[in-house]
Design a protein around this ligand. Structure first.
Ligand code: SF4
Length: 465
């Protein structure tokens, strides 16, 4: 891929633009450092808050100016601004009230960019949860995490991988990261994630520090240099439920989510996931869903596109429409194993060759395909962040159940998971396997096309014989 496009600079967000253009731009810049501190402090656990008591005091004392300005503003527009009334009434501790005032009011009212939809949303959150809310509720993450925690906290989860790969300028995003200093031999996903965070001005990212990829560590550090707040989450490599319980407890503590809230959100998420499980069954059992459709629905389960309710509605509609289709006819049924592909058209090309993917291994894991009663069990049965043997057991089971003829192992260039191909081939002896490597986003290259075509033809001959 040629990285010479001039449009390299990250896009300035709409909010930033409005701030810069507003009459209170100077005021905003004076307050922004304090607000950033506040947003960070809001996401700390109680324990961390105690540890950082001194820092908090400094942060609060530096807030005297915004507090005074906002109090004055409140007094002036008390009768004309319903947001002020609501915010004040929801805040019962004076020392905390400046937080509510300075977050929703300063950029909206003082900046002159007051908008009704934002106003309603903020009021709803403030009144219902009595919790400090950042004006930006989007939380990015680098791979599947216990998304239930973010949803229970009233935040908007964003799987950065989905955001990157669906971006019309995904190739350009990789180039932007290279211009920022990432080498050409860094994984394309990592480069894409870096630029995606900056492009969309995502201020907080949950990074999986164990169970995904060591590149994530450097990605976190480069993002921290850009002022992004990083929250680590680690899956214990040995599936230890005690360690995972502690991780989950710390994670939900950061967002001040209670266990009861979490249980309720898990039940709601499970209902949504069950719709996607039916789509998966319609793929391999009823043969009414294509490999690409199966891939897309399952991969979106990592963040439900930020809105589980809307996602469930769309999935139900798709399910209804897919049930009425005639069954697809192909003679070769394939498994697609490994990280989701960076290629745009691999599923379409496989179908052009007369085969169909009826099992997307990792994507299916994102949909949490097992019935579980609690989050710890759910995230210990989820195979992706742990050793390869759990994944192989799952693959073997599904190969039998779905009557699979051959397997494509997708590997990403410069990814450590490539090495696991050795173990896969050893443990899945007897099954025809093709390993395909992808590097940057874009269509399949000619060499990969030829290899896929030849592989499908070989599987076909083996099946006939
Ligand atoms: S493909 Fe591999 S190297 Fe790239 S982000 Fe995923 S795990 Fe890391």
């Amino acid at each position: 891929m040629d990285c010479v496009s001039p449009s390299a600079e990250p896009v300035v967000s709409k909010t930033e633009g409005l701030r810069a253009g507003s009459a209170s731009a100077l005021l905003w810049s004076a307050m922004s450092a304090t607000l950033r501190n506040d947003a960070v402090v809001a996401l700390q656990t109680r324990q961390e808050k105690r540890q950082h008591a001194t820092a908090l005091q400094i942060s609060q004392s530096s807030a005297i100016l915004p507090f005074a300005i906002c109090t004055l503003h409140f007094a002036l527009c008390l009768s004309s601004c319903p947001l002020c009334l609501s915010v004040q009434s929801s805040s019962w501790r004076p020392w905390r009230s400046w937080r509510f005032i300075s977050h929703p009011l300063s950029p909206l009212c003082l900046g002159g960019e007051f908008s009704i939809p934002v106003f309603r949303f903020d009021i709803k959150l403030s009144l219902r949860q009595h919790r400090t809310v950042s004006i930006d509720k989007r939380i990015g993450f680098t791979t599947t995490i216990p998304v239930e925690v973010l949803l229970a906290a009233g935040l908007v989860p964003i799987d950065l991988n989905n955001l990157f790969i669906n971006d019309e300028e995904r190739q350009n995003l990789v180039c932007q990261a290279e211009r920022a200093g990432f080498t050409t031999i860094t994984c394309g996903w990592i480069k894409g994630l870096y630029s995606t965070v900056l492009k969309h001005n995502i201020r907080t990212v949950v990074a999986v520090t164990q169970g995904d990829c060591s590149n994530t560590h450097a990605l976190m550090e480069t993002l921290m240099e850009q002022g992004v707040h990083i929250i680590p989450f680690a899956f214990p490599w040995d599936h230890d439920p005690v360690v995972l319980t502690a991780q989950l407890k710390s994670f939900r503590g950061r967002f001040q989510v209670r266990p009861a809230q979490l249980r309720k959100t898990k039940q709601q998420c499970d209902k949504v996931r069950r719709i996607v499980h039916r789509i998966d069954r319609l793929t391999w059992h009823d043969n009414k869903v294509t490999g690409k459709e199966n891939h897309l629905w399952q991969v979106q389960c990592s963040d439900f596109n930020g809105d589980p309710h809307q996602f469930a509605h769309s999935a139900k509609q798709f399910l209804k429409q897919a049930r009425q289709r005639k069954p697809l006819i192909e003679d070769i049924r394939l498994a697609f194993v490994g990280v989701p592909p960076i290629f745009d058209d691999i599923y379409e090309y496989i179908e052009e060759c007369g085969a169909r993917v009826v099992f997307n291994e990792i994507q299916r894991q994102f949909s949490m395909p097992f019935r579980t009663r609690d989050l710890v069990t759910q995230y210990t049965r989820y195979t992706y962040p742990y050793d390869v043997y759990g994944r192989i057991r799952d693959i073997k089971r599904e190969i039998r159940r779905r009557e699979i003829d051959g397997m494509i192992h997708y590997v990403q260039a410069f990814c450590f998971r490539q090495i696991q191909d050795i173990v896969m081939r050893k443990r899945l002896k007897g099954l025809p396997i093709l390993t395909i490597e992808g590097d940057n986003p874009g269509p399949l290259d000619t060499k990969s096309k030829l290899r896929i075509e030849a592989f499908i033809e070989t599987v076909r001959r083996m099946k006939r014989a």
